[in-house]
Design a protein around this ligand. Structure first.
Ligand code: SF4
Length: 64
């Protein structure tokens, strides 16, 4: 079963941590909010690291 990271932009505080840790997966958009550019842009453990590092827990896994 595949799973993909999703960002709740209503929670994101634009700290940029997730984009630093997993830059293949997340980027800051024109409003400086994180968005997923490629759900498999980094190894899963790197994405998990980004999820765990988000200070406002704005990122979660969506099971497909
Ligand atoms: S780590 Fe969390 S708060 Fe920081 S940019 Fe990413 S989603 Fe936003």
């Amino acid at each position: 079963m595949a799973r993909a990271p999703v960002v709740d932009q209503t929670l994101c505080i634009s700290c940029g941590l997730c984009t630093e840790i997993a830059g293949g997966t997340f980027e800051l958009d024109e409003n400086n909010l994180s968005r997923v550019i490629d759900p498999t842009g980094d190894p899963e453990e790197v994405i998990q690291d980004a999820i765990d590092s988000c200070p406002v827990e704005a990122i979660s896994w969506c099971e497909e």
